[in-house]
Write a protein that binds this ligand. Structure first.
Ligand code: PMP
Length: 285
């Protein structure tokens, strides 16, 4: 495997950043994960636009000119012969003697790009049975709209899910509404067939898959309501699912051990999943 690190393509096994990289010391960095499907980097312009937003919010400089990054992503995907899988991009504030405040303006931000293969049949198989989620109290900072590499609450929540035999953890607000998953957005389908997901203006990451799902839903003639929903509403819903670049639309069949509807993947979710790739390949920046 080949990785890109700060201007060089190197063997993945030898790829390294400096021990005083601020990503390592302070989680002072941001990232993106793009799905690669049939050789196509899904929704790349939207991922790069979100990366730009994350960098801007944190005043981290672009490590390369913006127009070059798509070429690097493509090159890493090609060099690793990834037809189906993912490409990972990470930008940190760079290497400097450890100090909380920003380093001098001439410090270069660090760029790492990796790619790996995934079996597309595995996702399809998972979607046939669906996943279980647990709920956990929201304990993250209030800037989760920034796709920061500071993911410790997400790590702990997803580990707790795993130990409970589940595949995702949903962060729940003090008022009982579902925010999002540890690495995905949360959705339900009401008894009337309306999709419901929390507004992305505040308190969650605006998922790229979530954004594209609006177009997919429109193409299927489905309505979306952006509003909060409670755990109880989700359990009683017709369907529930998560969205992310790596899972697309994945049915949720159990929440905290209770079945969602009849405990089987829902047809709306599966049709969204089916229709997703056709739309994503055509979607503009
Ligand atoms: N929320 C969180 C907290 C995430 O980590 C992710 C995955 N990056 C998402 C939502 C889904 O975002 P996307 O559709 O862009 O993968």
């Amino acid at each position: 495997r080949i990785a890109y690190v700060n201007g060089r393509y190197v063997a993945h096994a030898d790829a390294a950043v400096h021990i005083e990289d601020r990503g390592y010391q302070f989680a002072d960095g941001v990232y993106e994960v793009c799905e690669v499907a049939r050789g196509f980097i899904v929704d790349m312009p939207r991922h790069l636009a979100r990366l730009n937003r994350s960098l801007t919010e944190l005043s981290i400089a672009w490590p390369v000119t913006r127009g070059v990054l798509p070429l690097i992503l493509r090159e890493v995907v090609n060099r690793n012969h990834v037809a189906n899988g993912l490409v990972y991009v990470q930008v940190t504030r760079g290497v400097a003697i450890r100090d909380f405040v920003f380093p001098s303006a001439d410090t270069k931000s660090s760029l790492v790009v990796t790619a790996r293969k995934a079996d597309p049949a595995a996702g399809a198989k998972r979607a046939e049975t669906g996943i279980a989620v647990i709920t956990v109290p929201e304990n993250r900072w209030d800037r989760v709209d920034i796709k920061s590499v500071g993911l410790l609450p997400n790590v702990l929540a997803k580990q707790k899910a795993k130990e409970a035999g589940a595949q995702e953890a949903w962060f729940v607000d003090g008022d009982g509404t579902v925010k999002e998953g540890g690495s995905s957005n949360a959705w339900i389908v009401t008894r009337d067939g309306v999709l419901v997901t929390r507004p992305a203006e505040h308190g969650i990451l605006r998922g790229i898959t979530r954004t594209t799902m609006f177009e997919v839903a429109a193409s299927l003639g489905l309505k979306i309501e952006e509003r909060g929903f409670s755990v109880a509403e989700a359990k009683a819903a017709r369907e529930a699912f998560i969205s992310s670049a790596t899972t697309i639309a994945m049915p949720v069949v159990a929440i905290d051990g209770d079945p969602v509807a009849n405990g089987h993947p829902g047809s709306v979710t599966l049709s969204l999943r089916q229709a997703f790739f056709d739309i994503a390949e055509k979607s503009p920046a």
